[in-house]
Design a protein around this ligand. Sequence first.
Ligand code: GLU
Length: 261
Amino acid sequence: MDIREAKRIVIKMGTSTLTHKNGRLNLRRMEHLTRVVSGLRNLEKEIVLVSSGAVGVGMAKLDMPKRPETTREKQTAAAVGQCELMNIYSRLFSEYGYKTAQILMTKDVIDHSEREKNVANTIDTLLSYGAIPIVNENDPVSSYELEFGDNDTLSAVVAMITKADVLIILTDTEGLYDSDPNQNQEACLLRMVPEITPEIERMAAGSAGKLGTGGMATKIRAAKMVAIQGIDTIIANGERPEILYDILEGKPAGTKFLGKG
Ligand code: GLU
């Protein structure tokens, strides 16, 4: 679809976009993001946020020296961090007159059509009240069978459940390069990917950051999941949140993956 016509937009923000390297919230970034998202709402766009950061923020708040390895510690960090995250979102969005709502999901939602419908109905209704739904994985209750594992996959599921027009994944690189830009100065940014072929998947094989869980590979997998439903994905750098305006005005920004359709 013509991205300028996109009405319902799922925006995924990773831990590296929302926090500093020490795990504390990057408040300046969050202020920009909430202002831009509020600006988009003012343009009658329906925005659903998928926000990571719970584990990273909780780690910093609890003074954990490194990313927890045990499930119990990870879940503890998430419980503390999620609360802090929502508190800040709620305060920042309220400055622009917007209400926020928290939705925490586990993977069983997609295995039970009734639960899936409940999530879809709640998000639809929240949007009709002008609220901004903010989704994360329900980390404190997730076990291996229940977890999405990374928020890229979660954002794809949310885009599908809510029948979004487009999925935007904000991260700490410009998009998908044809080779690793950290290793190869000649690496080229791909602007448009009409189809996710095995070659594209090979390009995406990369490493995860210290605070987040996904790398480019999980983002490409997310793009592939939604493409089947005809939803486009844009992977772009969240360092400058105003990039969301560029993307939705159809200006070149990040890498666009076309939905089949
Ligand atoms: N649910 C995790 C969190 O909020 C993030 C998972 C991810 O970054 O992919 O910290």
